[in-house]
Design a binder for this molecule. Structure first.
Ligand SMILES: N#Cc1ccc(Nc2nc(N)cc(-n3ccc(CO)n3)n2)cc1
Length: 286
């Protein structure tokens, strides 16, 4: 169910960092279509050689993304297997991962953040309708295709990246390190269900409104595990309605978390109330 890309059709550019057991590189792929050579800029995601045993899960994650297509889901062109290298060839998303972008540019507006939140909620709703759980929703896996800047007031555009190798294969410590993005029940079941993505949506909202700062950053694995054992919650944001939505998503009982439809409705009302507040302030100032 995959397009196989020949290794000789790939050219490698600079390293752009690494994820869990993967390295990512800028690159290009060439394909011949009726005598015309097309060159496309791509992102090459390589599975570490010492985690070759995860290659099925690595490609499983990618195939999930290539079976369905949606404007807010990353496009995976195919895979390339060459000697001991397992390579996923993805569309190159111009501005990279959202967590780094938020840390760099502290000046994005509330409406910018709510727009991103709404797009993620739509992507999750699409996956929910297909009964597909992603399993790794976080700001690092949200890719910024369009910046959208305050002056020309065009809005940001995000793409949800592949979930990567299933953490259930990656071992307990990887699962613990994903606290507080991983839903608490996953620590017992190691199963990813739709409700898990709602928990992670709450954590990602928290990240977005904390300018990309990682929640529970300084905690070690024991302290992270205790965070769940004590049924702790992330520090509430000032904006009460937003804090409420995060709290609804991050309920320890999976069945109490809101549906994607409800999440979209609540983000929409935050957008409306946010605009009203700005509008009111302008009225007062004038
Ligand atoms: N400076 C810079 C810069 C870095 C990356 C991109 N582009 C891109 N395109 C993708 N398809 C995927 C990713 N990822 C980045 C982290 C992950 C983890 O999942 N993916 N980055 C653009 C600019």
């Amino acid at each position: 169910q995959f397009h196989m890309i020949k290794h000789e059709d790939l050219t490698w550019g600079e390293s752009l960092g690494q994820g869990s057991f993967t390295h990512i590189f800028r690159g290009h792929k060439t394909d011949q279509r009726d005598e015309v050579t097309h060159t496309t800029e791509v992102l090459l995601k390589v599975l570490d050689a010492n985690h070759k045993n995860c290659w099925e899960s690595f490609f499983e994650a990618a195939s999930l993304m290539s079976q369905i297509s949606h404007k807010h889901l990353l496009l995976v062109y195919g895979i390339s297997v060459h000697k001991s290298k397992n390579i996923m060839v993805q569309e190159f998303v111009k501005h990279g991962a959202l967590d780094l972008y938020l840390k760099k540019s502290m000046s994005v507006s509330v409406s910018w953040k709510l727009d991103v939140a709404k797009q993620l909620a739509c992507a999750l709703n699409f996956l929910e309708e297909k009964n597909i759980a992603h399993g790794n929703i976080c700001a690092k896996n949200l890719l910024l295709a369009r910046e959208g800047d305050p002056s020309s007031d065009n809005s940001p555009f995000i793409k949800l990246s592949d979930p990567g190798t299933s953490m259930t294969l990656l071992g307990k410590d990887v699962v613990l390190d994903r606290i507080p993005w991983v839903a608490p029940e996953v620590l017992d079941t190691l199963e990813i269900e739709l409700e898990c993505d709602k928990w992670s949506f709450g954590t990602t909202l928290w990240e977005i409104f904390n300018n990309g700062e990682a929640p529970l950053q300084g905690l070690d694995l024991i302290q992270k595990q205790q965070f769940y054992e004590h049924f702790s919650n992330l520090p509430a944001l000032e904006w009460t309605e937003l804090a409420d939505l995060i709290a609804q998503c991050m309920q320890y009982q999976p069945e109490l978390r809101p549906s994607c439809r409800s999440i979209i409705r609540q983000v929409n009302s935050l957008i409306t109330s946010g605009n009203t507040q700005v509008f009111a302030i302008c009225l007062v100032q004038d």
